[in-house]
Design a protein. Structure first.
Length: 119
């Protein structure tokens, strides 16, 4: 009977490291609301450590964090360009609120020990 791909075997210590790393990225994203450069550090960590989390519950969080970064960057760029016609300030505010929502939702699901569904 086929049971799908095997899950990677990770030790308790490895799991704790991945847990801490995932939390650190959420913290970096939260800090980036005030000091934007930490979001860049966070997404670099996501990409560098992504191979280590494949097949674990942390993978969904890493992908969530990566998508959050790129969509927020797009929103900030579009909002910045549109500030010349004033509507950009609204786009920037909406992007900032959306970013807060993504970080908070991701962290709460992470804190519950669950994988996050990206919808």
């Amino acid at each position: 009977m086929y049971q799908g791909p095997e899950q990677p075997v990770i030790t308790r210590l490895d799991d704790q490291k991945l847990n801490n790393l995932t939390m650190a990225v959420y913290v970096l994203q939260a800090i980036s609301l005030f000091v934007g450069v930490t979001a860049i550090v966070a997404v670099i960590v996501n990409y560098v450590k992504l191979p280590d989390v494949i097949g674990t519950r942390y993978e969904s969080h890493f992908r969530w964090q990566i998508k959050t970064f790129w969509w927020a960057l797009a929103g900030y760029l579009i909002g910045g360009l549109l500030t010349v016609v004033l509507v950009g300030f609204l786009v920037l505010a909406i992007t900032w609120i959306w970013f807060i929502y993504r970080v908070v939702k991701g962290y709460l699901v992470f804190n519950d020990g669950l994988a996050i569904e990206d919808r």
